[in-house]
Design a protein around this ligand. Structure first.
Ligand SMILES: [Fe+2]
Ligand SMILES: [Fe+2]
Length: 159
């Protein structure tokens, strides 16, 4: 947990302070989305929309032209919308998860955002890379994602 702490603290304040996406941001996200994924992305709280877009930007800056990686970054946390938790609830859920303690209701949904998001994306017809990154981004690189692509995605998520 110690190594993840700075990231978690940054995310806590990021969720707290996130401004809604402006018109230019919305266009930037929209060009990366397929129609069936729109509800998944725009159904997220604004902090998660902004986080996804910032990750996509970081990936494109590191890997120009990699639309597939940018889409994986943009959509990786869509499962969090099932939990409907604010910053404090998220911090508590994350702490329970790190301590391997049982998580009730919405905290459990939050901790399961990788599998629920991957299932949502698969149902929407997203490509395997997008589904695989959503499913594995808190565990470890699956064989279907190259080490280089995985490193770019993880760097963007933890920037
Ligand atoms: Fe996540
Ligand atoms: Fe993330």
């Amino acid at each position: 947990m110690t190594s993840a702490l700075p990231h978690l603290v940054r995310r806590f304040f990021g969720v707290l302070r996130a401004a809604p996406l402006g018109p230019a941001d919305q266009t930037e996200a929209a060009v990366l989305l397929r129609e069936a994924e729109s509800g998944l992305f725009w159904g997220q709280p604004r902090a998660d929309q902004r986080h996804g877009l910032e990750c996509a930007r970081a990936v494109l800056a590191a890997c120009p032209g990699r639309r597939d990686l940018a889409r994986a970054a943009l959509l990786h946390d869509v499962g969090k919308r099932h939990a409907g938790l604010g910053p404090v609830g998220r911090a508590l859920a994350t702490t329970l998860g790190f301590l391997h303690l049982p998580a009730p209701g919405r905290a459990a949904a939050y901790l399961a955002h990788t599998s629920s998001g991957a299932a949502d994306l698969a149902a929407a017809g997203a490509e395997p890379l997008v589904v695989a990154y959503a499913r594995h981004h808190h565990t470890g690189r699956p064989g279907s994602i190259t080490p280089e692509d995985w490193a770019a995605l993880c760097r963007a998520d933890h920037a």
